[in-house]
Design a protein around this ligand. Structure first.
Ligand SMILES: Nc1ncnc2c1ncn2[C@@H]1O[C@H](COP(=O)(O)OP(=O)(O)OP(=O)(O)O)[C@@H](O)[C@H]1O
Ligand SMILES: [Mg+2]
Length: 247
């Protein structure tokens, strides 16, 4: 049975409308007959589905539409066309440090994030010590979030997202930010999560990592779906494509 189904999904961004440029600029441009809204399709007609336990890698060059697609999958953004169907609770780690309050402490932020993901206080009481231990931030628990280094912030974000045991876990380029030791540890955690039967989606610029972790791959290019399916074959094609671009 499919845990996640994405069908003919398209997402359009509107740029230059008056929310973007501000009211004053809008009035000026309107008076000069120079007011144009541009539309841009970040994702076009994406279709794929995942079963329980699948680990999907999403690959594609900068601006391909990967993060935008994840926003639609995790429900932060409505698709302009098409639809997403998901089963179970979903924990997404998108832009790092988004969803954290810079003035609250590490501990308060962990509880806040837990609450946002829909977990009870009791569950978070039981899980919090594991989170802080995994993130190796025991000494920083009562410090405000803004005092953490960016690597520490990403360790905290990864630990929360992965230790709350979601049915679907979404990670946008997060395995590459910590230092070497933490990267090893988080990859091992990812394998454990996959073995526990969760479905995982990983955006990564490391083809090597995708080859090692993922059983399915989705390749996007300028918003279009180039390929979906078996990992090694698609990664081979993608690496050839990257090679050509360099030459
Ligand atoms: N809020 C926005 N308004 C307008 N255009 C946007 C917005 N966010 C993203 N875009 C555009 O949509 C396209 C896809 O962006 P997206 O962030 O999904 O790419 P990506 O594949 O995640 O790239 P990267 O590998 O650099 O993270 C880009 O061309 C980007 O400029
Ligand atoms: Mg991105």
């Amino acid at each position: 049975m499919d845990v996640l189904e994405v069908k003919n999904l398209s997402i359009r961004y509107m740029t230059g409308d008056f929310k973007d440029i501000g009211l004053k600029e809008y009035v000026v441009r309107k008076l000069k007959h120079n007011y144009h809204i541009q539309e841009f399709w970040a994702d076009k007609d994406i279709t794929f589905s995942l079963e329980k336990g699948d680990m999907l890698g999403i690959i594609g060059t900068n601006g391909a539409g990967k993060s935008t697609l994840l926003k639609a999958i995790s429900g932060i953004m409505e698709p302009t066309k098409g639809w997403v169907k998901r089963e179970g609770n979903i924990s997404a780690l998108l832009e790092l440090a988004s969803g954290f309050d810079k003035d609250l402490t590490v501990k308060e932020n962990a509880y806040l994030r837990g609450a946002m993901l829909g977990y009870t206080r009791k569950f978070m009481d039981e899980t919090y010590s594991k989170i802080i231990e995994f993130a190796e931030l025991e000494d920083f628990q009562d410090r405000p979030f803004k005092q953490l280094s960016s690597g520490m912030k990403s360790r905290l974000a990864f630990s929360i997202a992965s230790l709350v045991q979601p049915d679907i876990l979404i990670l946008d380029e997060v395995l590459s930010v910590g230092d070497g030791a933490f990267r090893k540890k988080s990859e091992a955690k990812m394998r454990e999560i996959i073995q526990s039967g969760a479905t995982t989606i990983l955006v990564s610029h490391s083809v090597q990592q995708v080859r090692e972790l993922c059983n399915k791959v989705l390749w996007l290019n300028r918003g279009s779906q180039v390929a979906f399916g078996e990992t090694q074959g698609i990664c081979d094609r993608y690496e050839k494509f990257l090679q050509k671009r360099i030459e």
